[in-house]
Design a protein around this ligand. Structure first.
Ligand code: SF4
Length: 324
């Protein structure tokens, strides 16, 4: 049986908004629960602003949760001090959306790849150079590229460098936040295939954040669907694509037959914009856009529960037995 690598329980993140001079607490991520087992890819999908990047940054240890638990190998990291977190940072890395802004234009590739090893006191300078050269080859670049600067590479090559940098400390868990959405369509599949290959080569576990369902279908083992800070459905990929239960997931999946036209992107398939997290709707946050909403939906927030007894397929909808 596969081992749980990452576990989140009631994970919540609130920010303070000072819009219009009035301070308010905004809940970006609310009471999220799931496990990720070693070696799997969990995709996190949802419209822009649903909280998926905030959740990803918490799992990458870049953002401190407000409450709840985030455990890596069974150790809850919430509340740990910076020095206590440092050893864990080796095991958790993040690949960002935009390779241009995530690479320092004044540093050579060698400096960017060897610096994390140096920070952790790993290896001699010569060994660090050799390991950096090996990693460049693993991501499809040449050892000679170590001496170059980011501007000397194409967008796809720059994303290969950010992937190499994420792997330099041999992490077990990688959060990839829209890693291909800033790239030309022609190179997107190359980077996706690279991520698949690296998962096998390095034994990686991914949280893969995307609003592109075609990409998710290509890469994920399981899919979690997020709406206004909450997970509304989570299931193995094949189950979710074949039998979406939550009305929001059903709306997302309706875009799949037209993937070639819309690139499977979420955002133009539902009526109206998602509500603001500053004033979320009462009850089920989805009720203003849901074609099935009843009175209960406007007052009671639905909790995730097993769909028809299947612990692998969990849905947060009062009418899940009738809308499926
Ligand atoms: Fe729609 Fe009600 Fe289900 Fe929410 S709980 S998705 S409003 S049917």
């Amino acid at each position: 049986m596969s081992k749980t690598l990452v576990s989140v329980r009631n994970l919540t993140k609130q920010f303070t908004s000072a819009r219009g001079g009035v301070k308010r607490r905004v809940t970006a991520v609310s009471h999220v629960n799931f496990d990720i087992v070693a070696g799997e890819t969990l995709a996190l999908v949802g419209e822009s602003g649903c909280g998926k990047t905030t959740l990803g940054r918490m799992l990458a240890l870049l953002l401190e949760p407000t409450s709840g638990e985030l455990s890596i190998h069974g150790q809850n990291v919430v509340g740990l001090r910076r020095a206590q977190l440092k050893p864990l940072r080796r095991h958790v890395q993040m690949v960002f959306q935009d390779p241009v802004s995530s690479l320092n234009p004044r540093h050579t590739v060698e400096a960017m790849l060897t610096e994390p090893m140096q920070n952790f006191g790993l290896y001699s300078p010569q060994e660090r150079r050799e390991k950096a050269a090996d990693l460049l080859e693993a991501v499809g670049l040449a050892p000679e590229d170590l001496k170059k600067y980011p501007h000397e590479f194409s967008g796809g090559q720059r994303q290969r460098i950010t992937v190499a940098r994420a792997l330099v400390l041999h992490p077990e868990f990688v959060v990839a936040d829209e890693p291909v959405s800033a790239l030309d369509v022609s190179v997107q599949s190359q980077i996706l295939n690279l991520l698949v290959d690296l998962r096998e080569t390095f034994g990686l576990t991914y949280l893969f954040i995307s609003h592109d369902l075609a990409v998710v279908h290509h890469l994920a083992d399981r899919v979690a669907v997020m709406y206004l800070g909450k997970i509304v459905e989570i299931a193995p990929k094949d189950v979710l694509f074949a039998n979406p239960v939550h009305p929001y997931t059903q709306a997302l999946l309706r875009s799949v037959p037209s993937i070639t036209h819309s690139k499977g992107r979420i955002g133009r398939i539902l009526q109206g914009d998602p509500p603001s997290p500053l004033s979320p709707p009462s009850g089920c946050h989805f009720h203003p856009r849901c074609p099935h909403a009843v009175d209960q939906c406007r007052s009671d927030p639905p909790e995730l529960s097993n769909h028809k007894g299947d612990a692998q397929h969990r849905v947060a909808c009062h009418l899940q037995d009738t809308v499926a």
